[in-house]
Design a protein around this ligand. Structure first.
Ligand SMILES: [Zn+2]
Ligand SMILES: [Zn+2]
Length: 813
């Protein structure tokens, strides 16, 4: 029997830890074990079992949680690849891949040490010590704790019972641990993962029954003969009635595992009722033959907005299901609405598992087990669904592959699209990346024949793409003598649509009422206390809000810097735009979609379905309104400040602007009447605006690619952002200076290092931020440099959590 095993523990350290396997214990690779780690216990994943004795003392494994792997060989390899590619601690990667935290409950216990016993003794002898800075209350609390533990005589005392018996706060206990009067033990105990629900099953409807019994039988019969007992008990029937039916063997009660049920929204027309056009049919054929080949292939499905990509995905998945294999469909965060879930249930029945951010930890764990048991072979979900434990994976589809919600902005900073490609490679599966506006990286790869390019060049049913008109807001200012929010042209077009009973969407990608509050006396802005960011005025909620950290301040009457009364609220956000539209079109029914009006998928769905049902005339919103909705009545889309993002110091600003404009323009004219788009901009010559207006993806792509090539940006270089942060400005400066000197002294051939420089947002969530940008045509060289840098940083005692390495960073802010 091997004596040791290496365990990946979820801590911010780039290593695995060796533990001794106790006699008789049988850990499995890819299974979970409970191990002592520092003063606590941690749940780790076994990555290797071996006989190599380490040259330091090892501790024993505390408990073996799984007798079969929770991460199979392929997912273990995928996790190691992520750790390596993104320079992320492997234990943290595995934790991200497994949504099973709900199965464990932390159990914290306390014991008195010898020093604690002495302190208790001393307190009994002489009362309080003279030099103590503790308050008498604290002292009394400590004595209560020591007394209680001494009285329990070596028994295990849980934190909850200790605290309820002695009425002390956690901080008192922590202080006692620091003084070494107590030891704290952190055990994690497995909870029963399976939740069950009692179901009543109708066995027979024959025989004479009374009215109450008939009610229950009718209810059961109406629901296919199975109803949760809880539901029957909520009916207005005596509780004993069910018992009587059971005794008469008309009804049986069974226990079933409780499964998560998505809300069954009203089913829409199934996408399969459409006839596929030639391009859709040929896309589906390539996808299916790729799957049948049982070897890796990548496809980029570039289809204009409204070209019927989703129908191709679903048909592809259905053929995978019919072949008895598995498929994963990744969708952006906002794309998974209850209506989409209802569609999926209609097509795949119980074979689909839907994973979205509104699930509780427990529901997530349940879905994970359903997939692992092979009960759900069609998985649809947001980013982390790429780790779904399906077997015999045949197909992964990444819908709207350019969407930035696929990138995780915390450790591990992986991009689900790129992980999907790697997973497909490991599984000999097909990966399909779909978008109307593919990322430059993906299109570049398709051009270089790394992926097969499949085009859906036309909208379904030969509907035309909308006509786009650019309104130059500088001219508007000159001609009207005023700074306008809504141009005369857009106002006239909106009026025309309202007269014709057609619908309008207006996009302004900035929420709140006014984005800036400025003092005309001292010229200063009202900024967040934690970030170098102007606070946004939210009028209805009557407060000032930081959109980065959530900090809230009162609406100022005078300048907080100089006391002047001349404070001005400048600029327009979506809240003000909505108010403005109300005043211009008092008859119109107007709603707004942004993070302030949408708290969950249901709000989002409600507003969209109101629009769909013709209960709204105008929908105002941020980029939320741009994404993938198929509303047939919208014939006009207005974009206010089409160029908001172009002013940001970020090399992807043009690409993002082009994508947003193309996507929002794609909302117009999806029904019988053709659509029109008005783009209001101060940069009417900018190529991102011009190419979006012409629906010219290729033109934009060529131009942007030339710029990326000159500047050595992706896709021509691999790029990483290294951010050094601290809530102490001195530390941030010292650490970034140390790393800067190290980069200078150790020249890394083939890797360009820019920095250290203050990050564009120099202070965020109380941290001061400095960064380096590293670029290299060789990913290997880039990653080697980063790895050596992290080792140096550790050696210099810079905390690992304060040096953030973001490989393939989407934002350099
Ligand atoms: Zn002032
Ligand atoms: Zn803030």
């Amino acid at each position: 029997m091997p004596e040791f095993c290496d365990v990946a523990v979820p801590v911010p350290l780039d290593m695995v830890f060796t533990y001794r396997v106790p006699n008789g214990a049988v850990p499995v690779i890819g299974g979970r074990v409970l191990v002592p780690f520092r003063q606590q216990r941690a749940m780790g994943i076994v990555v290797e079992i071996h006989d190599r004795k380490p040259n330091m003392s090892t501790k024993n494994i505390v408990d073996i949680v799984d007798s079969t792997p929770v991460l199979d060989d392929q997912l273990l390899r995928l996790g190691r690849w992520i750790a390596d590619y993104y320079l992320a601690p492997v234990g943290e990667v595995f934790r991200t891949m497994l949504p099973l935290t709900a199965e464990f409950k932390r159990v914290v216990t306390y014991h008195v040490t010898e020093a604690g016993q002495m302190a208790l003794h001393a307190a009994g002898m002489s009362g309080s010590s003279a030099r103590s800075r503790r308050t008498p209350e604290d002292e009394a609390a400590e004595i209560r704790v020591l007394d209680y533990l001494a009285a329990s005589d070596g028994e295990v005392v849980r934190e909850e019972s200790l605290r309820s018996a002695t009425r002390v706060s956690k901080s008192v206990l922590s202080a006692m641990v620091r003084k070494k009067w107590l030891t704290r033990d952190d055990l994690s105990a497995q909870q029963d993962a399976k939740r069950t629900v009692k179901m009543a099953v109708l066995k027979s409807a024959e025989g004479k029954v009374n009215a109450n019994q008939q009610t229950l039988i009718d209810t059961l019969a109406a629901s296919g003969g199975r109803v949760p007992v809880e539901t029957l008990q909520s009916l207005e029937v005596p509780r004993t009635t069910l018992g009587t039916l059971v005794r008469r063997a008309l009804v049986e009660i069974i226990e079933e595992s409780a499964e998560f049920h998505v809300s069954r929204a009203k089913p829409r027309v199934s996408p399969f009722e459409f006839e596929f056009n030639e391009a859709q049919r040929s896309a589906l054929t390539s996808l299916q033959s790729g799957v049948e080949a049982r070897k890796f292939s990548g496809m980029l499905l570039h289809g204009v907005t409204g070209s019927g990509k989703t129908a191709v995905y679903l048909a592809g998945m259905r053929s995978v299901l019919e072949a008895g294999r598995s498929a994963i469909l990744l969708v952006p965060e906002i794309g998974l609405t209850p209506a989409v879930a209802a569609d999926l249930h209609q097509i795949f029945g119980d074979e689909v598992a839907i994973l979205h951010s509104a699930l509780s930890d427990k529901e997530r764990a349940e879905q994970w087990h359903r997939i692992k048991r092979g009960e759900a072979r069609m998985v649809v979900g947001t980013r982390s669904a790429v780790f779904a434990p399906v077997s015999d994976l045949a197909l992964i589809i990444v819908d709207e592959e350019h969407d930035s919600s696929y990138k995780q902005e915390e450790t591990p900073r992986y991009h689900a699209r790129d992980v999907a490609v790697m997973r497909a490679k490991m599984a000999n599966a097909v990966v399909v990346l779909g978008s109307a506006t593919p990322s430059l990286e993906s299109y570049f790869n398709a051009r270089k024949n790394k992926y097969t390019l499949i085009e859906l060049p036309d909208r379904v049913e030969q509907r035309p793409l909308p006509e786009v008109e650019i309104v130059d807001m500088r001219l508007e200012f000159q001609e009207t003598g005023r700074e306008q929010v809504i141009s005369r042209k857009l106002a006239a077009e909106i009026r025309e649509r309202l007269d014709r009973k057609e619908q309008v969407m207006v996009l302004l990608n900035r929420r709140g009422y006014s984005p800036v509050v400025l003092c005309r006396t001292c010229g200063k802005k009202l900024e967040c206390q934690n970030c170098a960011i102007a606070l946004t005025h939210h009028k209805r909620e009557h407060k000032m809000v930081c959109h980065y950290c959530g900090f809230i301040a009162a609406v100022p009457k005078t300048c907080v810097h100089c006391g002047s009364e001349y404070v001005y609220f400048l600029g327009t956000g979506s809240e003000k735009l909505e108010e403005l539209l109300h005043s211009m079109f008092p008859q119109a029914r107007i709603a707004r979609l942004d993070r302030d009006t949408v708290r969950g998928h249901e709000d989002f769905e409600r507003t969209l379905s109101a629009l769909n049902e013709g209960e709204l005339d105008i929908l105002v919103g941020t980029q939320m309104i741009a994404k993938g909705h198929d509303i047939h009545g919208v014939t006009l889309v207005g974009v206010i400040g089409a160029d908001v993002a172009l002013g940001l110091p970020d090399f992807r600003a043009a690409e993002r602007t082009f994508q947003l404009l193309t996507q929002v323009a794609g909302r117009a004219g999806r029904g019988q009447s053709p659509g029109k788009v008005i783009l209001q901009t101060y940069f009417q010559d900018h190529y991102a605006v011009l190419y979006a207006a012409r629906h010219d993806f290729i033109g934009f792509y060529e131009k942007e690619l030339r710029f990326r090539s000159w500047m050595h940006y992706p896709p021509y270089s691999a790029l990483a952002n290294v951010l050094v942060r601290s809530n102490s400005l001195d530390d941030a400066l010292k650490w970034s200076g140390q790393l800067g000197k190290w980069f200078d002294a150790t020249r890394h051939e083939g890797v360009r290092v820019l920095g250290p420089a203050a990050a564009p947002i120099m202070r965020l969530k109380r941290d001061y931020r400095y960064h380096f940008v590293l670029k290299s045509p060789s990913r290997e060289k880039l990653n080697t440099t980063l790895r050596v840098m992290l080792a140096y940083s550790t050696q210099q005692k810079i905390p690992r959590t304060q040096v953030i390495v973001d490989v393939d960073a989407l934002w350099l802010m």
